[in-house]
Design a protein around this ligand. Structure first.
Ligand code: HEC
Length: 146
């Protein structure tokens, strides 16, 4: 009985350890997860494909929500960037869903992060959900109210 118990305990501990590693594997968006250049590409795209509904200053309009500020952050803080990526890539622009490439969706998110005062970094935001699942929307260091 004893060796079996030890074996089960070992499996339980290893399982626990691998979960911890998984949790530590995520990068906060506030650590600089996009580049200025990428945000600039996203800005140009935003003006041509998104501003008509969400407003040139991202403040929203009609049924289109604001994409910068407290309401937007309340929707996304604590969630992986992959969730925002999926929403944009699959459902936006609302009048032409499914027309954005994954690279365009990533560039747009870089622009949205900048607009919500997340700092730029040295590496571009990757354009795939496998990596974006590990980047967490946390609080921007210079968000209003901080
Ligand atoms: C034709 C109008 C229209 C266009 C163009 C458009 N959107 Fe939207 N967008 C909407 C509407 C309406 C909603 C709300 C949808 C809902 O709640 O189901 C929305 C929701 C969103 C959301 C979710 C916001 C939140 O906090 O829940 C994001 C992000 C977004 N849009 C990004 C974009 C981006 C990026 C573009 C440009 C590629 C874009 N949208 C173009 C109308 C539009």
């Amino acid at each position: 009985m004893r060796p079996i118990f030890a074996l089960l305990l070992g499996v339980a501990i290893c399982g626990g350890v691998s979960n911890v590693v998984h949790a530590q594997d995520s990068t906060p968006a506030s650590s600089g997860v996009y580049t200025e250049q990428q945000a600039a590409r996203g800005s140009a795209l935003y003006q041509s494909k998104c501003a008509s509904c969400h407003g040139a200053d991202l403040s929203g309009g009609g049924t289109s929500p604001a994409l910068a500020g407290p309401d937007f952050l309340a929707n996304w803080t604590g969630r992986p960037v992959a969730a925002l990526f999926d929403t944009i890539h699959k459902t936006m622009p609302a009048d032409q869903p499914g027309t954005l490439t994954t690279q365009q969706a990533a560039d747009l998110i870089a622009f949205l992060l900048r607009a919500n005062r997340f700092p730029a970094g040295k590496t571009e935001l990757p354009a795939d959900t496998v990596h974006l699942k590990h980047i967490l929307m946390d609080q921007a260091p210079s968000a209003p109210g901080n």
